[in-house]
Design a protein around this ligand. Structure first.
Ligand SMILES: Nc1nc2c(c(=O)[nH]1)N[C@H]1C(S)=C(S)[C@@H](COP(=O)(O)O)O[C@H]1N2
Ligand SMILES: [Mo]
Length: 439
């Protein structure tokens, strides 16, 4: 059944809402959960066909052009690049291969997707509201999207989002959950209002402890009463000026899968704190206890444990920062160069501290390191791009490793960091393979 969902079937458009000609301008190939094409699909098919469909408006509803060979490469996640690696399609989880993260800012189509439930359907921006309440809110207040935009100053920050489980795949014994490789990370330019400004407009009582979100996605069970995920951050963290209630990503609408029309963006913490399809924020007088805040979720052993150890819930601590990390985005692992050629290297480094202080590369499995050029970040929690050129002494197989160090003196481990039951926080040095051939 799963495989079948990935293929386009002829005539399956017919049970979807009618496609209006006015909607043919979108280029994203939209597919609903059952794998059917939706509005916007026709234009995308034109792209896939390599030519504009001249009489598109005459194409009978539900019919797919014969020139389009249905294939997994063509049938994409809505609004997403076909190069993303889909780990799970219900809920959708997709990561970005390292070489597709080469841009200074991650394009919307390439930004990873980590859904715990099912995105809301039929989102109407005109009726979307955000409610702030909670034991430690001075009042309960609801804003429409238009009111948020009109009432508060707009801010734009470059903010890196990384799933707490990014790199989970490498842990041994393995941890349950999405087997993320290196690509559950991206850095975009986000625009919105400051979380802080909105919280202060509502009023924060002095006993406030935590600020948490609720979103409009639905539980995988379909039960409308079940909350998918509701996480938060300590009040002091919530009040940092870079935290946004955002409606734009790289100057465009946030893609549906990344939280359209409104989401939280909180840098430096696991991306699970950045609530998508944001509809409610609660100011709590205690550590938030929503789904995925408690038990073993987004928690690591308070003290290091041996690999494979079972750790009781009471000995697990909430992840409160993401570790220093870097990624080589050029060349793609496996690249071949000729002996005597210099190899350009590019990538990004990020940290929950204020800045990265250096990035170094090694071609000898970490025996020696040479420093890379490092760009300043646009702001705190933005990733910083690095580059260098490497010489290789002779032909053969090499690995290029990158290691970032932040201003607090934290550096990436060459091998795996501390094992933990759920496989969080793997910030080991990224490695790519390079073949140098003679002649
Ligand atoms: N409402 C809602 N918000 C959510 C999630 C979710 O499933 N539902 N997933 C969280 C997790 S675990 C991560 S890593 C990030 C992923 O953001 P992205 O899909 O935009 O990359 O969103 C977070 N916010
Ligand atoms: Mo996540």
């Amino acid at each position: 059944m799963k495989d079948e969902q990935k293929h386009i079937h002829l005539h399956q458009l017919s049970d979807q809402e009618p496609i209006k000609t006015g909607e043919l301008s979108g280029i994203s190939l939209k597919k609903d959960r059952r794998g059917f094409l939706r509005q916007g699909a026709l234009a995308a098919m034109g792209v896939a066909l390599g030519a504009k469909m001249v009489f598109a408006k005459n194409l009978p509803l539900g019919m797919i052009p014969v020139g389009l060979t249905p294939s997994d490469e063509v049938l994409n996640l809505p609004g997403k690049d076909a190069g993303l690696i889909v780990l799970n399609d219900k809920p959708i989880n997709a990561e970005t291969p390292a070489d597709l993260l080469d841009d200074a800012l991650t394009p919307n189509e390439l930004f990873f997707v980590r859904n715990n439930g099912l995105p809301p359907e039929n989102v109407d921006v005109n009726t979307w509201t955000l409610t702030i309440e909670g034991e430690s809110a001075s009042q309960k207040k609801t804003y429409t999207l238009a009111e948020l935009k009109q009432k508060f100053a707009h801010h734009t920050y470059h903010l890196t989002l990384e799933c707490g489980g990014n790199g989970r795949k490498e842990f041994n014994p393995p941890a349950k959950g999405n087997q993320w490789s290196t690509g559950a990370v991206g850095c975009a330019s986000w625009t919105g209002v400051r979380l802080k400004d909105v919280l202060e407009d509502v009023g924060i009582r002095s006993n406030a402890v935590y600020v948490a979100y609720y979103g409009k996605d639905t539980h995988i069970s379909g039960d409308p009463k079940k909350v998918v995920i509701s996480r938060g951050v300590p009040v002091a963290k919530a009040l940092e000026e870079e935290n946004l209630i955002a409606w734009a990503m790289n100057g465009k609408d946030i893609p549906m899968l990344n939280g359209y029309p409104l989401r939280l963006v909180i840098g430096g913490y696991p991306a699970s704190c950045s609530g998508k399809w944001l509809s409610k924020i609660v100011i709590r007088n205690q550590v938030h206890d929503g789904p995925k805040m408690t038990g073993q979720s987004y928690r690591v052993p308070c003290k290091p444990v041996a690999p494979g150890t079972q750790v009781e819930d009471k000995d697990m601590c909430i992840i409160e920062s993401m570790p220093v990390k870097s990624l080589i985005t050029f060349p793609k692992s496996g690249a071949t160069i000729k002996k005597g050629q210099r190899l350009p290297i590019r990538g990004h480094a990020w940290t929950s501290a204020t800045k990265i202080s250096k990035v170094e590369c090694s071609i000898d499995f970490g025996a020696s390191w040479q420093s890379c050029e490092l760009q300043p970040g646009n702001n705190r929690y933005a990733w910083q791009s690095f580059s260098t050129k490497l010489d290789f002494p002779t032909d053969g197989y090499y690995e290029v490793w990158a290691r970032a160090t932040d201003v607090d003196g934290n550096a990436q481990p060459m091998l795996l960091p501390g094992w933990n039951p759920r496989g969080y926080l793997n910030n080991a040095c990224h490695r790519i393979a390079i073949k140098v051939v003679a002649g």
